[in-house]
Structures are given as C-alpha cells and as structure tokens.
Design a binder for this molecule. Structure first.
Ligand SMILES: Cc1cc2nc3c(=O)[nH]c(=O)nc-3n(C[C@H](O)[C@H](O)[C@H](O)COP(=O)(O)O)c2cc1C
Length: 204
C-alpha cells in the first residue's frame, strides 16, 4: 500500500488525471466503475472560487462513493490560493491538488499553472502557504520544468516535498513542448529514484 497523507491506496494505483470539461461527475462515475484508485475534479480557478462564481463552485460537487477524491485549484495570487484552498476544504475532499502544469497561454501569462515554473521560489512559497492553510493533504501536479533549458523537476520535487506536500504528479513534458511529442519519463524516474524523496511520485 502507498499512502497520500493518511489515505491508503493500492501499491500501483491508477489516478484519473484532472481534465477541464472532461472529469465531471458523470465521467468520474464511469472511471470509478472501471477501477480508478484516485480521481480529481477539473481544475478550479481560485479567483472564481473566492468570488463564488457559479461555474467554479459547481466543480466542487462530488459524491461519497468517489472517494478518495482530490479537488484541483489553480491561480497566481498566494492569498487567493490560500482562501480557495480553505473554500475547497469545506467540501471535505480527501486531497487538495495544486495545478502547476496548465500550459494554456492565458493561464501562464498570469503566472498560474505551468507559468509558475518561471518563478520557483514563488512556487515553493505558494505551496507552503496552501499546505499551512488547510488540514487536508495537499498534492501538486506539474511538469519537468518551464522549457528545455530549465528541466528543474528533480530540485523542484525536493523543495515542494520539504514544505509539506503529500504526493507529486509529474507530466513528462516541459511547458513549451508540444503535446504531440512523446513524454520523457527519464526525469520522472530520477525524481522517483532520488533517495531524498519519500512521498509518492506519479508519472503522467
Ligand atoms: C481536455 C484536457 C483537459 C485538461 N485539463 C487539465 C486540468 O484541468 N488540470 C490538469 O492538471 N491537467 C489537465 N490536463 C492535462 C492532463 O491532466 C494530463 O496531464 C495530460 O493530458 C497528459 O498528457 P497526454 O494527454 O499527452 O497523455 C488536461 C488535458 C486535456 C487533454
């Protein structure tokens, strides 16, 4: 058994990756029936959530049978992320996941999603702030680095582990790599085999 915080999951678990407009409750129902061990909501804007935007609040909905389930949030402002995590926590998810992987231009331009890979100290600070703001285990999902010159994930993984995340999911591409090129699993392997790492590392 591996553990995310106190949540025990299978030795080789299959996680349903968060996908906007895809991983809604009906889709998750089907994935649960087919054996998903852990599932995530679609990403939810912290700015939308703290302003009670219908679209964001609706994405917090889940059913008991979906557990263990993570709510994924994203944003660029540390205070908004703290408030959004506390808001999400009231829905009683098993996990709160931070999206540091979204490559979409309008998200990255603000420094959210994978945009934060341009500012690792801020990424670590935001992660620590969210971890401290909630009791729910916090996980992150990110990429190998911002671009080919900054494949920093081995260092990043250590630093976010040190501030208290309970698991990390790594998408084997950088922000600037096109989605159709094959994912690079070697660096994911390096993170996994790093003796400093003691939290679960999920390859994506
Ligand atoms: C339609 C779609 C929506 C996505 N939305 C999210 C999201 O909300 N949060 C997130 O972390 N990743 C999101 N992703 C990325 C996936 O979780 C996953 O990392 C990615 O699809 C893996 O790459 P692959 O599709 O080449 O296997 C999305 C991907 C797709 C295709």
């Amino acid at each position: 058994m591996i553990k995310i915080g106190n949540i025990e999951i299978a030795d080789f678990p299959i996680l349903l990756a968060p996908m906007e407009d895809v991983t809604d409750p009906p889709f998750r129902y089907v994935c649960k029936m087919f054996g998903a061990d852990v599932m995530y909501t679609e990403f939810i804007s912290s700015e939308g959530l703290i302003r009670d935007a219908d679209k964001s609040v609706k994405k917090l909905d889940f059913d008991e049978f979906e557990r263990p389930i993570g709510i994924q949030i994203f944003g660029h402002d540390i205070n908004s992320m703290i408030k959004a995590a506390q808001y999400a926590e009231r829905a009683k998810p098993d996990i709160i996941d931070i999206n540091y992987g979204c490559p979409v231009k309008k998200v990255v331009a603000k420094g959210a999603g994978s945009g934060i890979l341009n500012d690792i100290p801020k990424m670590v600070k935001m992660t620590e702030a969210v971890v401290k703001a909630v009791e729910t285990p916090v996980t992150i999902k990110t990429r190998l680095g911002y671009d080919d010159d900054h494949r920093d994930i081995v260092d990043i993984a250590e630093r976010v582990q040190d501030v208290g995340i309970k698991a990390i999911t790594i998408h084997g591409r950088t922000r600037t790599q096109r989605p159709r090129i094959p994912a690079d699993w070697t660096l994911i392997g390096e993170v996994k085999n790093n003796p400093r790492m003691h939290i679960p590392v999920f390859g994506n």
